[in-house]
Write a protein that binds this ligand. Structure first.
Ligand SMILES: *Cc1c(COP(=O)(O)O)cnc(C)c1O
Length: 391
């Protein structure tokens, strides 16, 4: 049988990360002592009070369809979060709850972009953005950055990339994969250009709470009513509450866009899981006490890993003030990222994600959402590997 694959599906890049990941998993299953730096998720458990709220809802039979955009209680809790933490006023009707922040991103792109539209994406980027843009039939326009600017695009770079076809600019701060954080001034400067040029901004703020070294962020929506009108904020519970498997994300948008996204969602996935939403309400309205504890632990690992990476011959690593990733430069080892990661896994049993997956072949991504003992063991092996390359 000769199966016809749609142009849209066929246009997607196969996942390079999956190849390494499945190899690492197979090695682990075979009893090998693999140290994994690949995780894109917290290593902590979901806080107990959140699990309890979900279990209670499930036991009480809260198991039916909900409104497609989420239960009113959760949309209100999200609106209250934006008011409390960001000083932003959204009506619950401007909030859509989706099946993960990834789904929120996809809904935004699908509801705003089409054939002929260009979407500006700074690289290194979260690997799903360009593929989502292609699925919508639009064209990703990649803005390359390097560690020299801490992986941040400059206002000049953004301005030069905007054409009459530019529909959307994707901003992700703190960033996956680099951990970079735009200062409020830098964020405003990019927002100003989008307002001036009438370009929408999709601001992915899922790592908002994971900040170190006193770093501060300010949502691009918050600088003026015009910035607010040009911004769609994408957010979720996965990272700050360790709820990756719950599949709960949300977005806040100008009313007409929220309405369009509600329509898209109502004909595709419908509502996110009913009882998970009850856990989401508890996450946002309940105790936030876990967060400083997690942040202290992440920060300890980050400081250790950052210093260690810079002591390894052939590697340099800029400081990263957010998320739970470091993105060291491997160019002095003479290897490109896919070969580097494949050999690292083979020779030293350390799994890392090649930068090429994020549009940056001179780097690898290391997640420090793993125990200090793993980090020490894995980086010692990485050091041995690099010493074998750099003579
Ligand atoms: C993890 C992540 C998301 C959302 O993940 P979900 O599990 O779908 O909620 C969105 N954007 C970035 C950059 C991420 O790293």
């Amino acid at each position: 049988m000769n199966y016809k694959i749609s142009k849209r599906a066929a246009s997607l890049a196969p996942s390079l990360t999956l190849a390494i990941d499945s190899k690492a998993k197979a090695m682990k299953a075979a009893g090998e002592d693999v140290v994994g730096f690949g995780a894109g998720e917290p290593d902590f458990d979901t806080p107990q009070h959140i699990k309890d709220a979900c279990a209670k809802a499930l036991a009480a039979g809260f198991t039916k369809y909900t409104p497609s955009a989420g239960i009113p209680e959760l949309r209100e809790a999200i609106a209250a979060k934006f008011k409390r933490e960001n000083g932003l006023t959204y009506k619950p009707s401007q909030i859509i709850v989706s099946c993960g922040g990834k789904h929120s991103c996809y809904n935004v792109i699908l509801a705003t972009c089409e054939e002929g539209d260009e979407v500006i994406i700074p690289a290194p980027y979260w690997l799903s953005y360009p593929e989502m843009v292609k699925l919508a039939g639009a064209k990703p326009v990649i803005l390359q950055t390097t560690d020299k600017t801490e992986f941040k695009v400059t206002p000049e770079q953004l301005r030069a990339a905007i054409t009459p076809n530019t529909r959307l600019f994707i901003l992700n701060s703190p960033s996956n994969p680099t951990g970079s954080v735009y200062t409020p001034e830098e964020t405003k400067a990019l927002g100003d250009i989008c307002v001036e040029k009438n370009v929408l901004i999709m601001s992915d703020e899922i790592y908002e709470h994971l900040l170190y070294d006193g770093a501060k962020v300010k949502s691009v929506a918050s600088f003026s009513p015009a910035h607010y009108d040009h911004t769609i904020i994408v957010h979720g519970l996965a990272k700050a509450y360790s709820m990756t498997g719950w599949r709960l994300g949300f977005l806040a948008a100008p009313e007409p866009i929220a309405k369009a996204i509600d329509a898209v969602q109502s004909h595709s996935t419908s509502n996110p899981t009913s009882f998970a939403q009850k856990g989401g309400v508890e996450a946002l309205n309940g105790s936030q006490e876990h967060l400083p504890v997690w942040l202290a632990e992440y920060d300890k690992r980050r400081r250790y890993a950052h210093a260690k990476l810079n002591s390894i011959p052939g590697l340099t690593c800029v400081n990263a003030k957010g998320a739970f990733y470091l993105f060291p430069n491997i160019s002095k080892t003479g290897l490109k990222s896919a070969e580097f990661c494949a050999k690292l896994l083979e020779q030293e049993k350390v799994a890392a994600v090649p930068g090429i997956a994020f549009g940056a072949d001179d780097y690898i991504r290391l997640s420090y959402a793993t125990s200090m003992a793993n980090i020490e063991k894995g980086l010692a092996r990485l050091e041995k590997f690099c010493k074998s390359l750099v003579k």
